[in-house]
Structures are given as structure tokens and as C-alpha cells.
Design a protein around this ligand. Structure first.
Ligand code: PMP
Length: 351
């Protein structure tokens, strides 16, 4: 704490990201990264852009990447926005669409950044309590609030809402912006991008960090009605007009164009997820029905914190949240088949 900090800085409880150890000895299953490398075409495109053009500023409109992201879903570039990771777009959305005079709604167990952004923007959160099975009671979202934000699938619970439920939330809240954070949608969900022409209050935010294995590049995308995209642009241009660097633009465009690599690697992660599920169930775990690249698991006998600590000693990092209701759960990222075998072998020695 410092006397030089503003009351806002003093009041913040900063977000604590998952551990990123420098030591490569760990099997790293704690931050939902992709175990496979990015598309070789994306890596080649970035290498090709390491040249003297780096002395020039990048295109502030990111027009070529916006076009590539729009083409991926067959929507208009005017309905498409790109940012420096989906975290940046989430921050812009909080600033652009939520009115501090009313609360902003999100689930009580969800991506912990939302609480941080709400505070930064002077917004009051109104939490929707997940039921015993971590399902979202969607009718509770109806009401007079400044907006709604929820991940689909949710994190860290991995629960997926069908498109029909998203539609119900949009219908019940026509006058507020509903932000659907689809960081994990490619691992089994159906994207709500297909609804943006029908609902002008829908903003869908995605990331290249998970299914496209580019967490280190920091690229995210948003899709929504033209007025929502204009709202994001207004805030962005007052805040950080260049957003993406030249290498990120080149890599992300190539990643969007390489559909077959996305499909192949996602399929591998999904197959490994299903194998891991079976192994863990046989070892006495229960879990939510994950449609993401991670599992949310609890053991019938052994406390989650103990498993977390003992796995760490064995060189396997998973995520443990010391947080009410989920403090007997672990979030385990799906790695390669070999990594998941190491996890299962390690767990077998613990439980
Ligand atoms: N939303 C959710 C639900 C996430 O879990 C994450 C990553 N931890 C993000 C957004 C942010 O992803 P990025 O900034 O890498 O695009």
C-alpha cells in the first residue's frame, strides 16, 4: 500500500493468474493452455514478418485480421472486433456497455477477472448463484441491471449452456448487453455468433489463446451488432488505439485461415479429455460434464488441496481455488496423452 495510490488502486484486489514456472520440468495443467504448438502456418507468417517494417506502426484498424476473423464465421467486418487478448476486449466491454447506476450480473462461480473489471469500472456486481450441480439458473438473469456477462462453457466449472438457453437470456434482457465469453467454445459447444444478426444486444467474445494455441500472442475477437462494435471502437480509440502488433496480426490471420489444423488439434484434445475422464472416474472422482479443454473434478475421499499439493511435489501442476463451494475441486487442463498418463499415474499413488 502506498500514499501515492488512488483510492481505487488501494481498494483493488488484483487478479492472481495461474502459476507460470520458468522451470520446464513441470507437467503444466494449470492454466488451460493448449498442449500442441500453434499452426505451423501461423508461425511461418510471424517469422516472415520479422523484417524492417517493424519500424512502422501497425494498422490501428487491424483491418486484415478483422476481415479474417469475420470470414471465419461468414459475418461482416463491421460486426467484428479484435483486441490484445480477450481480456482486453472484456475490459473494453465493461467500459463501453455497463452503466454504474445499475448492477452488472454474472455467476457467483466464474472467471474471476469479471469481479476485478467491475471494481475498476466502479460497477456493482450482482451474483447469480449456481445450483448444487453448478448449473446456471438462467431465469434469475431477468431484471433491471446494466448488463450480463457469462462464459460459455463456464470456467472453472466447465458447464456448457445450449444455444437455446443463451437465446432465453437474450430474450429476457433485450435492453441490456449480454456478453458471452466463449474462450472455450471450440472444445464442444455451439457458438452464439450465429445469433448476432437476430439480437443487437449480444456480444460474443472469443480468444486465440485456447483452441488455437496462441496464448503467448495475446489475440482475442468479438462479434456483435454494428452498434456494439462501434461502442468497443470508441473506448479502444481513447485507450490503446494500436492494440495488436504487426507480428500478432500476421500470426492471427494465418491461424484463422488454417481451419484444418484447428479441427485436428481440437479433436485430439477432446479425445484425450474423454480418455482422462474415464481414468479419473475409475479412480473415484466425479466431475461436471466438460465441453472445454479442462476437467473440474472432486474425489470421493481425498481432499482436493491434498491432491493438488502432492501432485505438485510429483511435478504436475493443476489449479486449486481456495474459494467457498469449490475448495474441494481441482481444475485440470487437458494436455497431451503422455502428460495425462503422468497425471493419472501420479493421482493413482495419492488416492
Ligand atoms: N475468459 C475466460 C473464461 C478465460 O478462462 C480466459 C483465460 N484464462 C480468458 C477469458 C482470457 O483469455 P485471453 O486474454 O488469453 O484471450
Amino acid at each position: 500500500m502506498s500514499k501515492f495510490w488512488s483510492p481505487l488502486a488501494q481498494s483493488l484486489e488484483p487478479y492472481v493468474p495461474g502459476e507460470q514456472p520458468k522451470d520446464k520440468k513441470y507437467v503444466k495443467l494449470n492454466t488451460n493452455e493448449n498442449p500442441y504448438p500453434p499452426s505451423p502456418k501461423a508461425m511461418a507468417a510471424m517469422q516472415a514478418h520479422v523484417n524492417s517494417d517493424l519500424r512502422l506502426y501497425p494498422d490501428p484498424t487491424c483491418a486484415d485480421l478483422v476481415q479474417a476473423a469475420a470470414d471465419f464465421y461468414g459475418v461482416s467486418p463491421k460486426q467484428t472486433f479484435v483486441g490484445n487478448g480477450s481480456d482486453e476486449i472484456l475490459a473494453l466491454a465493461f467500459m463501453a456497455f455497463f452503466d454504474p447506476a445499475k448492477p452488472v450480473m454474472f455467476p457467483d462461480i466464474t472467471y474471476s477477472f469479471y469481479k476485478v473489471y467491475a471494481k475498476l469500472c466502479g460497477l456493482t456486481p450482482k451474483l447469480i448463484t449456481l445450483d448444487e450441480q453448478f448449473k446456471l439458473p438462467i431465469d434469475l438473469f431477468a431484471g433491471n441491471q446494466s448488463g450480463i456477462i457469462l462464459p460459455n462453457p463456464n470456467a472453472p466449472t466447465a458447464e456448457l449452456l445450449p444455444l437455446s438457453a443463451i437465446r432465453t437470456i437474450l430474450e429476457q434482457n433485450r435492453d441490456q448487453v449480454v456478453v458471452i465469453d466463449e474462450a472455450y467454445i471450440d472444445f464442444g459447444g455451439e457458438s452464439a455468433v450465429s445469433l448476432i444478426n437476430e439480437y443487437d444486444n449480444l456480444l460474443v467474445i472469443q480468444t486465440l489463446s485456447k483452441s488455437r494455441a496462441l496464448a503467448g500472442l495475446r489475440v482475442g475477437t468479438a462479434y456483435g451488432s454494428e452498434q456494439l462494435i462501434e461502442g468497443l471502437d470508441r473506448v479502444k480509440n481513447s485507450f490503446n488505439s494500436y492494440t495488436l502488433d504487426r507480428l500478432a496480426l500476421a500470426g492471427a490471420i494465418a491461424a484463422y485461415e488454417d481451419r484444418s489444423y484447428l479441427e485436428t488439434t481440437v479433436q485430439k484434445v477432446v479425445m484425450t479429455r474423454e480418455w482422462t475422464k474415464e481414468q479419473l472416474i475409475a479412480l473415484g472422482f466425479t466431475m461436471t460434464d466438460s465441453q472445454a479443454n479442462f476437467l473440474f473434478i472432486t474425489h470421493e475421499r481425498v481432499p482436493a488441496e491434498q491432491i493438488f499439493l502432492q501432485l505438485r511435489e510429483k511435478g504436475v501442476l493443476v489449479r486449486y481455488f481456495k474459494q467457498p463451494r469449490i475448495d474441494n475441486y481441482l481444475r485440470v487442463t487437458i494436455g497431451t496423452d503422455e502428460e495425462m498418463q503422468v497425471l493419472v499415474d501420479g493421482i493413482r499413488e495419492i488416492v
